[in-house]
Design a protein around this ligand. Structure first.
Ligand code: ZN
Length: 391
């Protein structure tokens, strides 16, 4: 077993641990302490990496990315291609959850599972939600519960769309049925068992979720709204739901000057300052998804593509604003691990996966270890996906 000794890391676990040495082997953290040489840690065939006090973080968990590529909302030529491995690793993302979006018609859960398996073969930690925007839910086995119970890749359902002109206009009963299938699938397997909800710009906002919580026995954690920062009023509704027990997800999309939306860094600070539970907020990239801007007729006026790098850019923006790392980092790491029940991810801990993102002095991702292997060194991808151009 080749082991790796990482010396003099300034570790955020996500809590601040200070200067530590770490010994990694078999894809996991074997030992962490102040000084490996004093502790008499002597291992054969050990690679030694000296970090000189650079910051070592748990790898980011991106709970919402369009692995197969999203889009297609302005015709078939606008279907976004799949996101290759190094787009994640170069951005410090070591775990990802894939979703189908608007297009659960020409794209399918089969394609999504195959894409997850491909990324896993290349070393990334990857899962997915079954379904897409619409009802009836696009599944692989014919049932949400069976998909979660029998398909290893599937951990929940979504992104089911509400308050959006692209949604199936689900009723309360329909929403509850899908949520209960996700919840029971989670119970049977120990997986997340969540209903990940795409929120649109519609004025109904989160009213359907409030009604669901009021009349059903389902735990609040099952309802997991995303894109909560796309409208300022919607964001306030999401804060109230977090107090009721929902995990809420901020999307790191670009926000135009004067737009009725919060950037991800601003939204996270507003969330934390509001006194909402600090453990129930996550940030995801919407990577590989298209970011269409619609006109009043529902036509696409302009199209952007989301990138996994928006997570690292958001963390950097927060650090440049003077935020303490330990305050903001859980939203990128441990909070998502808790919601998604990824038990050995999202933290720097003995026995947990050795998935680490290392930042340089400018708060940029410099090195990434994934399952004990260096995927990125000094900002360069050392491991690339099968059909990525090698530079
Ligand atoms: Zn969405």
């Amino acid at each position: 077993m080749t082991t790796c000794l990482i010396r003099n890391a300034n570790v955020f676990a996500p809590e601040a641990l200070g200067r530590r040495d770490l010994v990694v082997g078999g894809g996991k953290l074997l030992w962490i302490g102040e000084d490996a040489s004093k502790a008499g840690i002597g291992l054969p065939e050990t690679d030694v990496i000296e970090l000189q006090g650079r910051r070592l973080l748990p790898g980011f968990i991106d709970g919402h990315a369009h692995l197969t590529g999203g889009g297609g909302e302005a015709g078939a030529h606008t279907r976004v291609p799949p996101v290759p491995l190094s787009r994640f690793t170069l951005a410090g993302v070591t775990s990802v959850v894939g979703v189908l979006g608007t297009d659960d018609t020409t794209r399918s859960p089969r394609d999504l599972v195959a894409t997850v398996n491909g990324l896993r073969n290349e070393g990334l930690n990857a899962w997915a939600h079954t379904g897409g925007y619409h009802l009836p839910v696009a599944t692989l086995t014919g049932s949400v519960r069976d998909d979660i119970a029998f398909i290893d890749a599937f951990i929940g359902v979504g992104e089911l769309a509400i308050c959006d002109h692209r949604s199936s206009q689900p009723t309360l009963d329909e929403l509850l049925r899908v949520a209960s299938d996700a919840h029971v699938g989670g119970l049977l397997t120990g997986k997340a068992g969540i209903l990940h909800l795409h929120l649109g710009d519609g004025p109904r906002g989160l009213s359907l979720v409030r009604e669901a919580l009021a009349i059903s026995e389902l735990p609040a954690r099952v309802f997991n709204p995303t894109h909560i920062n796309r409208r300022k009023g919607l964001f306030e509704e999401a804060l109230a739901l977090a107090h009721q027990g929902c995990w809420v997800d901020i999307t790191a999309f670009p926000v135009d000057e004067g737009e009725d939306a919060w950037t991800a860094d601003e939204a996270l600070l507003r969330y934390l300052d509001s006194g909402a539970p600090a453990g129930r907020v996550t940030i995801s990239s919407d990577g590989g998804g298209c970011l269409p801007h619609f006109d009043a007729e529902g036509r696409v006026a302009r199209m952007d593509v989301g990138s996994p790098s928006s997570l690292a850019e958001t963390l950097r923006a927060l650090l440049l604003r003077g935020q303490p790392m330990e305050r903001v980092l859980p939203a990128f790491t441990s909070n998502a691990a808790d919601l998604l029940r990824l038990r050995d991810k999202g933290r720097v801990a003995v026995g947990a996966a050795a998935d680490y993102t290392i930042l340089d002095e400018e708060h940029r991702v410099s090195d990434v270890m994934l399952g004990g292997r260096w995927h990125v060194r000094a900002g360069e991808a050392k491991i690339r996906g099968m059909f990525e151009e090698s530079r």
